[in-house]
Design a protein around this ligand. Structure first.
Ligand code: PLP
Length: 442
């Protein structure tokens, strides 16, 4: 575009931006005009390497032709079909393709429009499942400290990020939390899964005993916690959670909103870790982030438990106007085709050793107190500036953006999750730029 000033609005006031320091942003806006593959272009014509796949979602890279074309064609053919009591073929086709990728026995999906909606859907499904099984007294939900499960009331309640919770009153009742697994003293600078901390899963036994197992409906965790600053599960930890849930008839929910669709080197983290949950929440990479869509995967036994009673009755009183939207479904199908054609759902496994080596080479940079990684995920934890938490990482974010690199920060942690198409030379570019930022007195 020749006259870029034409696309920049002159008044930024009306849009109250999400999870943004609005006043800071509006004084010095950071705006993208276009994107292709691994790079954004800003409104003033600079290229920015995408080190975060947007918000952990653009797994196949930007503006991929197949996806763009599928959306364009679908918008001209069937734009919308009511989601309740009616359907259209692509939503079913996509569901069939999705369950082929899922762990064995998770043969059904329920569509939503976001990760937050997937989480709240999963929690409601868990409560309703126990009720249809005649165990309505199982009403408690257990999350984890530092967990992030989106921003709706259910997800905020089971989530464990204090700043996301403290403004919003009592949240859901009947919720408890197991401890997080961040053990910097024991595990700092671990490559891959940490050795220490599997025993933290045993805290679930105590919480379950405290409330009595018969009152607990479900436990929800991210297999790899992302938004809290990347916490990789200690070796054996997820299996222990699975065992405790099995022992007490509690459903285990994996929130795979960021780990789903290839991020750790398998279609889902459940497969990577060899631990199958009862319910799995997804969104983001499902449509390459292009059109909002989420999907909740459920074990057949859970789905089948609802398929009871008179056949004209609705089995699960839940759903969204846009569940399985035609354009989102078309985007999802084209996204899965792109992933499959390019081997992207397992590519992170091939690149992981190189990624790990380059990431950990930043260990000697000033203020770096921990580095963690798994698949194509990386985190660099910085020592906070005394009395000014989050400022150091935010300065790094601003400096990186100026230098042509998009990173994401949470607290004083830099999180990296590039599109899965990243090449080795782009990995080099990413870490060269990041080294310059970290060496720059932030
Ligand atoms: C694990 C997890 N769950 C849920 C969500 C919420 O997704 P959304 O922002 O699409 O509502 C996120 C978003 O980052 C996430 O990382």
């Amino acid at each position: 575009m020749s006259d870029r000033s034409a696309v920049v609005p002159n008044n930024l006031e009306a849009f109250w931006m999400p999870f943004t320091a609005n006043r800071q942003f509006k004084q010095a806006p950071r705006m993208f005009a276009s994107a292709k593959d691994m790079y954004y272009t800003t409104v003033d014509g600079r290229t920015v390497l995408d080190g975060t796949a947007g918000l952990w979602c653009v797994n196949a890279g930007h503006c991929r032709p197949k996806i763009t074309e599928a959306i364009r064609a679908q918008a001209g053919e069937l734009d919308y079909a009511p989601a309740f009591q009616l359907g259209h073929p692509k939503a079913f086709e996509l569901a069939n393709r999705l369950v082929e990728l899922a762990p064995e026995g998770m043969g059904h999906v329920f569509y939503t429009n976001s990760g937050s909606e997937s989480v709240d859907t999963a929690l409601k499904m868990a409560l309703a499942y126990h009720r249809v099984k005649g165990q309505g007294e199982r009403f408690r939900l257990i999350g984890r400290e530092r967990g992030y499960h989106g921003i709706n009331f259910g997800g905020t309640s089971v989530g464990g990020i204090v700043s996301n919770r403290k403004m919003f009153g009592t949240l859901l009742t009947g919720v408890d939390h197991i401890p997080h697994t961040h053990l910097p003293d024991a595990n700092a600078f671990t490559k891959g899964e940490p050795e220490h901390g599997a025993d933290l899963a045993d805290a679930l036994e105590r919480i379950v005993a405290l409330h009595d197992p018969s009152t607990v409906a479900a436990v929800i965790v991210e297999p790899v916690a992302g938004s809290t600053g990347v916490l990789i599960p200690p070796k054996g930890y997820l299996q222990r959670l699975r065992n405790i849930c099995d022992k007490h008839g509690i459903l285990l929910i994996f929130d795979e909103v960021i780990t789903g669709f290839g991020r750790v080197g398998a279609p889902f983290a459940a497969e990577y870790f060899g631990v199958t949950p009862d319910i799995m929440t997804t969104a983001k990479g499902l449509t390459n982030g292009v059109i909002p869509m989420g999907a909740v995967f459920v074990r057949d036994e859970i789905h089948d438990a609802f398929m009871n009673g008179p056949e004209h009755m609705i089995e699960f009183m839940h759903g969204y106007t846009y569940s399985g939207n035609p354009i989102a479904s078309a985007a999802g199908l084209a996204t899965l085709e792109t992933y499959q054609e390019e081997g992207l759902l397992t590519r992170a496994q091939e690149l992981a050793p190189y990624w790990e080596e380059q990431l950990h080479s930043l260990k000697d940079c000033p203020h770096v107190i921990d580095i963690r990684n798994l698949g194509l995920i990386g985190a660099i934890e910085l020592e906070p500036i005394a009395g000014e938490p989050t400022k150091r990482a935010f300065s790094a974010f601003l400096k990186a953006y100026e230098d042509g690199l998009l990173i994401r920060t949470t607290g004083d942690i830099i999180a990296l999750s590039p599109p899965l198409i990243i090449s080795k030379s782009e990995i080099d570019e990413l870490f060269d730029k990041l080294r310059t930022v970290l060496m720059n007195n932030i």
